[in-house]
Design a binder for this molecule. Structure first.
Ligand SMILES: NC(=O)c1ccc[n+]([C@@H]2O[C@H](COP(=O)([O-])OP(=O)(O)OC[C@H]3O[C@@H](n4cnc5c(N)ncnc54)[C@H](OP(=O)(O)O)[C@@H]3O)[C@@H](O)[C@H]2O)c1
Length: 335
């Protein structure tokens, strides 16, 4: 069967590969993969940054969707014909994450989704929303669930204000989910055109962070004392401004590290504002299923920036790195 493998670190080492057709074990499900979506981690893994314990060659990319082809003898959770997505943190079924559940993430260290057929443990899969296509569904497992978890951890309530940084995958899901909860949303972007699109999605205020480098105090003033929640997807370059933007006793969900993994920020600002700094790393299958229920009930549609073909993974990565995208980058295996 057709697949793509990363044979060495670096985007030049993504190669077509013929792999044996897998057979499902008793607790496994054989899925015909139909779509994938890119996350920033896929890029970091491909270039050899951050992720240890990855053995090469590996089939890259964490998030995918497809149709169940066959189930193992002990599987009752799915049946042939069911539409599913992968579930990235494949051992975290419910409750709080435990250290011993690390190390099995789909797309590194475990094999990823860029293959025609794949066997997964039945609990490494989730039902795809009925109203979404496979490409749309493939955007959900990491980006949507992370945004959902950040707002859950923040206990966001109606009328509160959320700040999202940029218009990438996590931020736009955070925008959409925050609006579902009746919150106000402030969006930052490097592009006025993207800010206009974010407003069309429901954003209340847009700020161009290139023109306004002191956006933290702009947000603080615009909200009369700071936002309730910041979904911090950028990290080192923005944490200081996020601390300016948040209200006393506010919540900053530490999600991303696009600008580096070591951050310097004012401890006195954080202490005197009594800010809650909460690390966010996706969520459990139980929470994923709650999110899917909400997405179906509200018929929420993920924001897809662009869709590439199976053979265009390199081009899709180049598009991600160029950071011109608005929302998610999809890969349609049928294209
Ligand atoms: N902890 C977790 O579980 C988890 C899960 C998913 C992702 N992440 C992390 O979260 C981060 C974002 O992921 P993603 O998939 O949403 O990325 P993405 O789709 O590539 O989004 C990138 C966007 O970030 C914005 N940005 C870049 N620098 C910025 C800055 N200085 N200020 C404000 N915005 C800035 C840009 O928006 P504009 O183009 O609008 O300027 C850019 O398009 C990554 O670090 C990723 O690894 C973590």
């Amino acid at each position: 069967m057709r697949s793509i493998q990363l044979t060495a670190f670096g985007l030049d080492h993504l190669h077509d590969a013929e792999l044996p057709t897998p057979r499902p074990g008793p607790n496994e499900v054989l899925v015909r993969m139909e779509a994938a979506s890119l996350n920033y981690r896929d890029y970091l893994l491909a270039i050899g940054q951050l992720y240890r314990g990855v053995n090469l060659p590996i089939v890259p990319v964490s998030d995918g969707a497809g149709t169940v082809q066959e189930v193992g003898s002990a599987v009752t959770r799915f049946k042939p014909g069911d539409r599913v997505t992968t579930f990235y943190k494949s051992r975290w079924l419910a409750g709080s994450m435990r250290p011993e559940w690390e190390g099995a993430d789909i797309g590194g260290p475990a094999e990823g989704v860029m293959r025609e057929l794949a066997c997964f443990d039945a609990y490494s899969l989730a039902r795809a929303p009925a109203h979404l296509s496979s490409v749309q569904s493939a955007t959900l497992p990491i980006a949507a669930l992370t945004a959902w978890q950040a707002l859950e951890q923040a206990r966001l309530t109606t009328g509160q204000t959320v700040l999202v940084l940029g218009t990438g995958g996590v931020s736009l899901f955070a925008l959409q989910f925050a609006k579902l909860r009746g919150a106000r949303v402030i969006v930052l972007s490097s592009s006025d055109e993207k800010l206009a699109r974010a407003k069309a999605l429901g954003a209340d205020i847009g700020i161009n962070y290139v023109n306004d480098t002191q956006w933290g105090s702009t947000v603080y003033q615009a909200t009369g004392g700071g936002v309730d929640v910041v979904v911090e997807t950028v990290g080192a370059a923005t944490l200081g401004q996020s601390l300016e933007a948040v209200r006393m006793h506010g919540f900053i969900g530490l999600v991303g590290f696009m600008s580096g993994i070591e951050a310097t920020f004012s401890l006195t600002k954080a202490i005197l504002k009594r800010v809650q700094l909460q690390g966010i790393s996706v969520a459990s299958l139980e929470m994923h299923e709650q999110m899917i229920q909400a997405i179906e009930a509200t018929r929420l549609e993920p924001v897809l920036d662009s869709v590439f073909g199976f053979g265009q993974l390199r081009e899709a990565f180049d598009h991600l790195v160029a950071a011109k995208h608005f929302g998610k980058i999809g890969i349609d295996f049928k294209a």
